[in-house]
Design a protein around this ligand. Sequence first.
Ligand code: NAI
Length: 286
Amino acid sequence: MAAMERVGVVGCGQMGAGIAEVCARAGLDVVVVESNPAAAEAGRRRLETSLARAEKKGKIPDAAEVLNRIRVTESLDELADRTLVVEAIVEDEAVKTDLFRQLDKIVTAPDAVLASNTSSIPIMKLGTATERPAQVVGVHFFNPVPVLPLVELVPSLLTAPTTVDRARAFAQDALGKQAILCQDRAGFVVNALLIPFILAAIRMFESGFATREAIDEGLVRGAAHPQGPLALADLIGLDTTKAVAESLYEEFKEPLYAPPPLLARMVDAGLLGRKTGRGFYTYDRP
Ligand code: NAI
C-alpha cells in the first residue's frame, strides 16, 4: 500500500524540500539526500522554515513532529531500504542519468519504484540508465509542492502498469494530490504549454515592447492569472526555465521553444530568480 511507502528524495532544493515536506506531512518516513554538507544544511533550513510557516498558518499542528519524520543526509547509501525514491536534482540529463545508474545499484527492494520529478527529460533516458526500466516513472510535482494539487504521471514505453498504479496511489491516496497521465514527451502537458508562454513574455520584455510590470500586470488583471509570466519564471528558477526550454527545443525543433538570449545571459550571471534573490525582480530573501 502506498501509505506504507518508505520514501527517499534526492535533492533538497525548492522541489525536493517540498516533496519531502508533503510526504512527511502525510505521515510517511522520508530520507532526503543532498550533494554536500552546505546544500544539506540549506535544505534542512528550507524544510524548517516552510514547516514553521505551515504551523503558524494552522495547516499543521506540530512542525517538529513532521520534521522528525525527515532525515537529511549526504549519503545515497541511506536510500538502500526505500520502496519509492523521487529524484529532484538539477535539470541536467547527464547528471540525472548518472544518478539513476547509482540508485539502481543502491536501492535493494526488488520492486522499488524509482521516480523522477524532471520537467522535461525523457523518462525513457532515465529508465534505460537502470536495469529496471519497468520500475522507472515520472512523478512531476508543481511549485510550491505543498500548495499546488497537480501531479503529472509519466510512464515511459517500458514502464510497467503496476509501477504507474503505485505512483498514482502514492500521489493520490497517500499525498492527496490529483494526478493526470501524460505521455513521455518533453514538457509533458503543463510545461509544453507554459514554457513557450513564458519565453514569449521574456522576448516581449527583451525587445522593449513592454515593461516587466506591464507584462505581468496585463496577464494578472486581464487574464486572471495568479501571477504574471516573468514573476512565474522567477518562481520556477531561470536555470530550470532555460533547461526545460532547451529540452523542448531539442525534442521538437520549434523556434517558440528556443531560450531567448536574455534568459541565457541572466542564467550566466547567476540571476536565477527567487532562489538567488534576483531575477526579473529582486527579492528580500532567497
Ligand atoms: P533547485 O536548484 O532548487 O534544487 C536542486 C537541488 O539538487 C539543489 O539543492 C542541489 O544541491 C541538489 N543536487 C544537485 N545534484 C545533486 C546530486 N547529484 N545529488 C543530490 N542532490 C543534488 O531546483 P528545483 O527547482 O528544486 O528543481 C529540481 C528538479 O525539479 C528539476 O528536475 C526541475 O526540472 C524539477 N521541477 C522544478 C519545478 C520548479 O518550478 N522549479 C517544478 C517541477 C519540477
